[in-house]
Design a protein around this ligand. Structure first.
Ligand code: SF4
Length: 704
């Protein structure tokens, strides 16, 4: 047998975007290795990435054929692709005709490839006539999108991983990269090992592995980030550790910001945050004296009722110190999913348009409409993630098409999601495996091809676009998502979806970017295959694209200055504890699991770290609530109950408990699902739900 060529691809889990080499053995089974030549991971892989071959080789849980129920009371039964997509088109046409285009919508995923995201958006916004397309990325980084847009004029991550090795100060906040972005964190560790003077500050209500590695851990109370960053800002101003030149020549609105941060004392801030004044001073001193300062953040800032304000307050620290557009410095939002960034590029949210155009700008809407050869794009924002399920529950929306995501486990207030899906007239679930709890509510199940079974592109956290080739055949009748969507569009009678290849779809998107700040019009599959990965924007001659933005200090705002957005000087009061629910629950992730475990949950070695969810509770709160380590406890909120074992640990502060979010109904019991407890309060601007601040009670479980 001829040796098969290695396949170079990218990990399908987190937004770090590690390069992987896939090899095949004599039985055509794949195995994976880290790509030593890849600029992101240089051969390293984390536990999730190095076990990807188990996921690819084991097709025992895969959806193999389209399935449909003829009415709500009928079971799902196998049907042909034609029957399935005819039915979908018939229902969508009739619902739109009867209730209007806003009665249907798509709920997609940051795991979709860029071409899939692009087509789903073109189909919904251009042809179905509604902006009702949102994504599970709404749940993880929409607050960061707002922060970047308001500060720099566009949703643009200024720096690259290559800046890590040039920085001398890291502020990691609302993130645990040691577990959730492990290879990125490994690069920071390696950098500090070589350069002991590099300082790492971690801000987190929990003592995480990232916090344990830090020089300074500010263990603030949940929801108090804005006050902390404003207090650091105040200290930097008072100690003259600011870049006056940068502020004067390249920013707007500094005086308003200064007035606000000077209005609260460090003492007051320390009290609200639950830390000491000295800790605030120390953090300010480290940031203010650093030559190259990077801030990094993820869900802890974004998933909040005040997520945009948390983002503003953190971004302001980079502006006040002039640490933008320089080597080794800048604010760096970490994306959770592998292609959350690609989704942002193609306008993959209910309030965005492709290529960073503005949905609320008539000229921009017409440009997109003309490009897609349609009359117009609706000027009405679509339903965002939580709004979409509200609309299904209230009957305003009748049909939803869910692609590559499992809202029954990942959305807040899971019981409401269940009600909404039960109420919906028509639910399409397009996914790869039978491990999604959401399938239970599907009227139509469409089997999709998985990682390595289809081709396309993705963009990681640092704007790096990778080409992912097809390396193996999809099982059964599973098809690439993009083919499914294009076939549906054609059944709806729409022109513009008759592509000969995925490359053609990428070319169309790339053409659309011409002249924009994310221009990739000179990039194509051939270049990606032969020259490797590129960071947008990309010019014809450039190798690798643009690693760092704003080096000329010209931002994308009308004044070309970066803008200080003045955050409200308040902490999160969205769900304050009371007598009935005296503790604050914050939810998050464990090291070896990914999202709702539909992939990592089938790899037994990934369960050795955590086989079940546990509630972290402080020794004081455990004592007050008569709980011992290992006890089974009931955690209750106004929305539901979770029953898990308690882990008594000082990794959480008094008054705070922590629960991982991965477990759903199918994999364990309904009572392990953290989102039984969470509410649907969202940031009013970004519409990102607050998974980090739910009041709960905890008591020892007693059998009746
Ligand atoms: Fe995959 Fe992220 Fe791990 Fe890299 S760090 S191997 S991208 S899960």
């Amino acid at each position: 047998m001829m040796p098969q060529k290695d396949i170079k691809t990218t990990c399908s889990y987190c937004g770090v975007g590690c390069g992987i080499i896939v090899k095949k053995d004599e039985n055509n089974k794949v195995y994976v290795e880290g790509d030593k030549d890849h600029p992101v991971n240089r051969g390293m892989l984390c536990s999730k990435g190095m076990n990807l071959h188990y996921v690819a080789n084991d097709v025992s849980d895969r959806l193999l054929h389209p399935q449909m129920r003829w009415s709500k009371s009928h079971p799902l039964e196998r049907v042909s692709w034609d029957t399935a997509l005819d039915r979908a088109a018939k229902v969508f046409k009739s619902v739109i005709q009867k209730y209007g285009p806003d009665s249907v919508g798509f709920y997609v995923s940051g795991q979709c490839l860029t071409e899939e995201y692009y087509i789903a958006n073109k189909l919904t916004k251009g042809f179905l006539g509604t902006n009702n397309i949102d994504t599970n990325s709404r749940l993880c980084m929409s607050s960061a999108v707002v922060g970047y847009k308001k500060t720099f004029g566009e949703d643009s991550v200024p720096i690259s991983y290559a800046d890590i090795e040039l920085a001398d100060c890291f502020l990691i906040t609302g993130a645990n990269p040691a577990w959730c972005h492990p290879i990125l964190f490994r690069r920071i560790e390696q950098h500090k090992e070589k350069n002991p003077n590099v300082k790492i500050l971690v801000v987190d209500p929990r003592k995480t592995d990232s916090a344990n590695f830090a020089d300074v851990h500010l263990q603030i109370l949940p929801g108090t980030d804005v006050i902390l960053y404003n207090a650091i800002g105040r200290r930097l101003i008072e100690r003259r550790m600011i870049d006056k030149n940068f502020i004067k020549n390249h920013t707007d609105n500094f005086e308003k910001y200064k007035k606000q941060v000077l209005s609260t004392s460090l003492k007051e801030a320390a009290k609200i945050c639950g830390i000491t004044v000295d800790e605030i001073k120390k953090a300010a001193q480290i940031i203010g004296t650093s030559k190259a300062f990077i801030s990094m953040w993820a869900m802890g800032l974004n998933q909040s009722a005040i997520g945009t304000h948390k983002n503003y307050s953190l971004l302001n620290l980079s502006l006040i110190t002039g640490q933008v557009g320089k080597p080794g410095s800048g604010p760096f939002s970490l994306t959770g999913q592998p292609n959350a960034m690609g989704g942002r590029e193609v306008g993959g949210m209910a309030n965005l348009l492709a290529v960073h155009k503005d949905l609320f700008n008539e000229k921009h809407r017409q440009e997109v409409a003309d490009f897609w050869k349609v009359d117009k794009i609706s000027d009405k924002a679509g339903y965002t993630a939580t709004e979409m399920f509200d609309a299904l529950e209230s009957g305003k929306m009748k049909a939803v098409w869910i692609v590559c995501t499992n809202p029954m486990v990942s959305m807040p207030n899971a019981h409401q999601i269940e009600k909404a899906l039960k109420k919906a007239k028509f639910v399409v679930v397009q996914d790869i495996s039978n491990r999604s709890d959401t399938l239970e509510h599907a009227d139509l199940v469409l089997p999709a091809a998985a990682w390595l079974e289809k081709e396309g592109t993705m963009t990681n956290s640092e704007r790096r676009i990778s080409y992912l080739p097809k390396g193996i055949e999809a099982p059964g009748e599973a098809k690439p998502d993009v083919e499914i969507l294009c076939e549906f569009a054609q059944k709806m009678g729409f022109d513009g979806f008759n592509y000969n290849s995925t490359a053609e779809i990428y070319q169309e998107y790339a053409e659309m970017t011409k002249g924009s700040n994310i221009d990739v019009s000179e990039l194509n599959y051939d270049r990606l295959k032969t020259e490797g990965t590129f960071q947008w924007p990309v010019s014809e001659s450039e190798q690798g694209g643009t690693p760092r933005l704003f080096q000329d200090k010209k931002f994308y705002t009308p004044s070309q200055n970066a803008v200080f957005n003045v955050p409200d000087f308040v902490n999160n009061t969205s769900d304050l504890p009371n007598e009935t629910y005296p503790l604050i629950l914050t939810t998050g992730r464990v090291r070896d699991q990914w999202h709702t475990m539909t992939k990592t949950g089938k790899v037994s070695r990934l369960k050795t770290h955590y086989s079940t969810p546990v509630l972290e509770i402080s020794p004081v709160d455990a004592f007050i609530n008569k709980i011992k380590d290992g006890d089974v406890v009931d955690v209750k909120s106004g929305k539901g109950v979770v029953r898990v074992r308690a882990k008594v640990t000082d990794s959480v502060k008094n008054g705070v408990v922590f629960l991982p979010m991965h477990w759903g109904k199918q994999l364990q019991s309904d009572l392990n699902r953290a989102n039984n407890l969470t509410h649907t309060i969202v940031d009013p601007v970004s519409k990102e739900p607050d998974f980090k601040y739910t009041r709960v009670s905890v008591s020892k479980y007693k059998k009746n």
